[in-house]
Structure formats: structure tokens, C-alpha cells
Design a protein around this ligand. Structure first.
Ligand SMILES: [Ca+2]
Length: 456
């Protein structure tokens, strides 16, 4: 699969810079926005819904009976040598659910991530640069919060897609108290992934920062930002295409740049900030431009993977890739996979806008589910539900749309994916989800507050 890298013809052409009328909705972190930077049209804000689009309610156009993306024979998601087992199809039908507010005393300011540490503490990332611990249970009437880290001084959030965008606890957190954080910073504009260490008082020692990797960002949008560790202890980093609109620099298909990719690195290597696992797919390969491929890349052809997560049971990696003008997509990420951007948006041609098959590699991987901008504006990836409160959701991938306020469950039967089921439709702005150690899924909103499913 990886020895047959194709040399792609340059297909640069003047971009169709579709300007979509703004709605009243806030454009946020994950929204598909147009250039912010040298070639900016000035607004930095686009691709929200027009009022008539908002009024359109229809079932998402989905990928029914899609087959599982195939990887090289020696590859399994997460790098494990074991064959993932698929959860048995649930016998219980899905039903519409409500959302109920939890941790009611806490209204996170622009939340981007919620995760529970291996020792049981629930932390929320606030985009301006704070890491907040929630003290108290979800059903408690009162509780408190504690800012365990505030790096807002070093975090850049000039536009709404920048900021503190993700964190992950080291797999050996209980031994080493390490946490990894993704944030945007300036001069030059770049993404920083750093290791920090908790102090004995339970706060994060701001002075403990060890920079693991920095990635230059030509524009402020499309930063990805999710961090997650696989079952082998490697850190995965979601990066967008560098921003602007339409990926004019071709980063999505360029294996010699880290942009437009999901990386897999070893953060525990001795004497170096990080190491490249030698079983990564592009180690020693050449990019189409003749330059060395970046060995850090695990998968590519991504525009702005806004949230990714491992299935705790199978080890598979799910990602939601935000579309440009038309298609929002859910991808099952496999080793070496090329997810098509900017040749394709979803599984339709983007550049060239027709006949892209003629220039596309034959191994582009289609989304396992997708919907159009008639349904929403910007996908927000979630988690494979692994909790006990809603047995019917077990094994389903939960995701939503940032501005449409909809949440879906994507079920599968082995390699076949069902049409996503609309679990919830409301007015919440949905920047992110979170999952706790018990497998329950939480919904982060700007409403404000943190919610969970209710009402089954
Ligand atoms: Ca794609």
C-alpha cells in the first residue's frame, strides 16, 4: 500500500472561494472558515449556514453499507498486532434522547475537551488557555472547580479556531503525572504540543513545560488539536491543513509536511523531544514532490480533523474531518490512509471539481459517514460509547454538528456502517464531546454547560 505512492500531478487552479452568507450563529473553533492571514478576505469567518439552510431539516446524507477502510495487512489501528474485535451489533433499537445538564455549577468558557485522568480527576480545556478541574460528581447539586493550569499568556487565540485545543494524559500518568497539551502560539504562528507535569498539590507545574513538537501554521484556522494515546503508548496528534481555504498550498496530499495529517510519535524516547516509531507507514518513503516523507505521519489527506478518539474496545481510531463548502465526514483512520483532501471533499471531487478520479490515487479512503451543509456546518467528532447508562449506544460512534445542534450515533455491524441515527436535535452549539473512564460520553456546549444523554 505504501510502496506504491503515486506522483500526483499538480492540479492547481484558481480556487472557487465560495462565500457563504453568515447566519446569526457564532462561528467557532471547528467551523470551516476561510483564509485568515496573508490572503485573507478579511472576515476570517465563513461557511456558516444561511437562514434558509438552517431551516432545512432532513436526514443526513449518509454512507449506508460502506465497507471498512482497508489497511496494509500488517497494520491495525493503534499499531497493535492483534486483530480488533468488533462489538456485537446491538439488539436494542436506538431512540431519541434528551440532554441533561451535569456539573451544573460549572459553565466552561469555550470548552474544547473533557477527559478524566487515570486517577479519576475530570479536567476540561478552556480555549483561552486554562485547564480546569471539576470537583464534584455530575449529579451533585453543588461542587467547585479549580484552575490547575493557566497558560493563557502564551496561548494565541487571534481567531476562533486557535487556542488550547486538546490534552491527553500520559498512559503511565499514575507513575509520572504527565499531561500533554496542544496550544496555538505566536511569533511565529504555530502549534505547540508540550508535556507538563502535575505538582504534588494537584496543579500543573507551569514551569515543567517540555516542548515535544512545534508545527508552523501559515493561517489561523484548521489546526486540528486533538491528542490521544494508542494502546501501545504512542501519542497521536491531529493537524489540519494549515488553513486558508481550499488548501491552496496542497498540504493535505503532501507527505513532506506534517499539516493535513494525523501524527503518531513516541514521547518517551531518551535524549530527544520525541522519536518516530519505526513501524510508522511513511518512514523512509518519498513524498510526491520528491522530498522525504515525514515519518511522523500516520494518516493524511485531512482538512481539519476536529476531534478524534480511539475506540476503547477495538483500538480503532475515529476522526471527524470538517468540510470546505459541502461535506462533513466521519473517517475511520487506518495506518497510512489517505482521506482524500483536497482532491476530494467527503467523497465528491473538490480539486479538480470534476473528473478528480483521473488524478487521484486509487487508494483514497472514503468517509464511513457524511452529511451535507444542508444539514449542518461543521462536524464535531466524539467517541465510541462504552458506558452502561445507555446499552443501545454501546459500540456506536457519537458525533455532532457544531452549529446545527444535532448529535448522531453511527452503528456498525462489522464492516458495514448503518445510516447515522439522529439521537438529538436542539439548539446547543457543540464544540466538543468528552468521555470518562466509565465510557460515558459528555457533551460540551456554549449554552453554557456540560450535558449528558437522558431520557431513554
Ligand atoms: Ca476526506
Amino acid at each position: 500500500m505504501f510502496s506504491s505512492l503515486k506522483i500526483l500531478r499538480s492540479t492547481r487552479s484558481p480556487l472557487l472561494m465560495t462565500t457563504v452568507a453568515m447566519s446569526v450563529l457564532v462561528v467557532a473553533a471547528a467551523c470551516a472558515s476561510e483564509p485568515e492571514g496573508p490572503s485573507s478576505s478579511g472576515s476570517g469567518v465563513e461557511a456558516t449556514l444561511t437562514p434558509d439552510q438552517e431551516a432545512t431539516v432532513e436526514a443526513p446524507q449518509t454512507a449506508v453499507a460502506r465497507s471498512t477502510p482497508t489497511a496494509a495487512p500488517d497494520s491495525t489501528p493503534g499499531g497493535s498486532s492483534e486483530t480488533p474485535t468488533q462489538p456485537a451489533p446491538t439488539a436494542e433499537p436506538l431512540r431519541k434522547l434528551d440532554l441533561e445538564r451535569v456539573f451544573s455549577w460549572y459553565a466552561p468558557d469555550l470548552p474544547t475537551h473533557l477527559e478524566q485522568s487515570p486517577d479519576g480527576r475530570i479536567l476540561v480545556a478552556e480555549q483561552d488557555g486554562r485547564l480546569v478541574e471539576i470537583i464534584g460528581g455530575p449529579d451533585d447539586a453543588t461542587g467547585s472547580t479549580r484552575v490547575v493550569l493557566d497558560i493563557s499568556e502564551r496561548v494565541l487565540r487571534r481567531i476562533q479556531e486557535e487556542g488550547l485545543l486538546g490534552f491527553a494524559f500520559h498512559p503511565n500518568f499514575e507513575q509520572n503525572s504527565k499531561i500533554f497539551i496542544y496550544y496555538s502560539t505566536a511569533n511565529p504562528r504555530r502549534s505547540v504540543i508540550s508535556e507538563f507535569t502535575f505538582a504534588s498539590d494537584g496543579s500543573v507545574d507551569e514551569g515543567s513545560e517540555r516542548i515535544v513538537i512545534e508545527v508552523g501554521q501559515p493561517y489561523g484556522n484548521h489546526n486540528g488539536g486533538m491528542l490521544a494515546f494508542d494502546q501501545d503508548g504512542y501519542l497521536y496528534i491531529a493537524l489540519g491543513d494549515g488553513g486558508g481555504a481550499g488548501d491552496t498550498r496542497g498540504n493535505g496530499q503532501n507527505l513532506s509536511t506534517l499539516l493535513g495529517s494525523i501524527l503518531r510519535i513516541d514521547v518517551d524516547a531518551e535524549d530527544v523531544p520525541y522519536a518516530v516509531p519505526q513501524d510508522n507507514p511513511f518512514v523512509g518513503e518519498l513524498a510526491a514532490n520528491g522530498e522525504a516523507a515525514r515519518g511522523e505521519i500516520w494518516a493524511y489527506g485531512l482538512r481539519n480533523p476536529w476531534r478524534m478518539a480511539f475506540d476503547r474496545e477495538t483500538g480503532e481510531l475515529w476522526a471527524a474531518d470538517v468540510g470546505q463548502n459541502d461535506i462533513e465526514e466521519v473517517d475511520l483512520i487506518v495506518k497510512g490512509g489517505n482521506y482524500g483532501w483536497n482532491i476530494r471533499e467527503g467523497d465528491i471531487c473538490y480539486q479538480p471539481s470534476s473528473g478528480c478520479e483521473e488524478v487521484a490515487p486509487d487508494d483514497l479512503i472514503s468517509p464511513v459517514a457524511s452529511y451535507t451543509h444542508r444539514v449542518g456546518c461543521s462536524i464535531t467528532g466524539g467517541y465510541v460509547y462504552d458506558g452502561s447508562r445507555f446499552p443501545s449506544l454501546r459500540g456506536a460512534y457519537i458525533f455532532g454538528d457544531f452549529c446545527a445542534g444535532k448529535i448522531w450515533a453511527l452503528q456498525r455491524d462489522g464492516a458495514e456502517f448503518a445510516e447515522p441515527f439522529e439521537l438529538y436535535s436542539g439548539t446547543h452549539v457543540l464544540p466538543a464531546f468528552g468521555q470518562t473512564l466509565d465510557g460515558e460520553v459528555y457533551v460540551l456546549t456554549y449554552s453554557p454547560g456540560i450535558f449528558r444523554f437522558a431520557g431513554e
